[in-house]
Design a protein around this ligand. Structure first.
Ligand code: HEC
Length: 125
């Protein structure tokens, strides 16, 4: 009886740890100075509309118009992972990309457009 209880407890703890690792994997690599950055355009009235255009032109082809991804390699951008990221985490990830996994770097976009698309992503969660 006690052994069974500990087995279940152990399983529960391992499952929670795995879930945490899955939710935070990209963001745990973000340098602190980037992690704490705040979107300077978050409250700018035109950011969401401008970000929607950036999204349509550069992101929708993979993440889909409804930002739900392709259900396979291209992840949804309405998700707990996006909600758990800071603005700075997202901006860092957009600059880096993850080419090995099929996500281009957006470092050649003007920085303002990265912040605008981040404001757009926030607006659709
Ligand atoms: C060529 C296809 C492609 C395009 C275009 C693209 N992405 Fe991605 N994106 C991906 C793939 C594939 C991943 C998963 C990468 C990984 O697993 O590390 C990803 C991951 C992401 C993530 C991390 C999501 C998560 O849950 O970890 C964000 C945020 C993101 N993309 C935003 C964008 C934005 C914003 C744009 C437009 C500026 C964009 N992507 C354009 C393919 C693309």
């Amino acid at each position: 009886m006690t052994r069974r209880f500990f087995a279940i407890l152990c399983l529960t703890i391992s499952a929670s740890l795995l879930l945490c690792a899955a939710v935070s994997s990209h963001w745990s690599r973000v340098p602190e100075k980037d992690h704490i950055r705040i979107n300077p355009l978050a409250t700018h009235p035109e950011s969401v509309a401008a970000g929607a255009l950036v999204y349509r032109d550069h992101c929708a082809q993979c993440h889909r118009a409804d930002a739900m991804g392709d259900g396979h390699k291209k992840p949804p951008l309405r998700s707990e992972r996006i909600r758990s990221a800071t603005d700075g985490d997202l901006e860092w990830f957009l600059r880096q990309g993850d080419l090995g996994h099929g996500m281009p770097s957006w470092s050649s976009l003007p920085e303002a457009q990265r912040w605008q698309v981040i404001a757009y992503l926030r607006s659709i969660q």
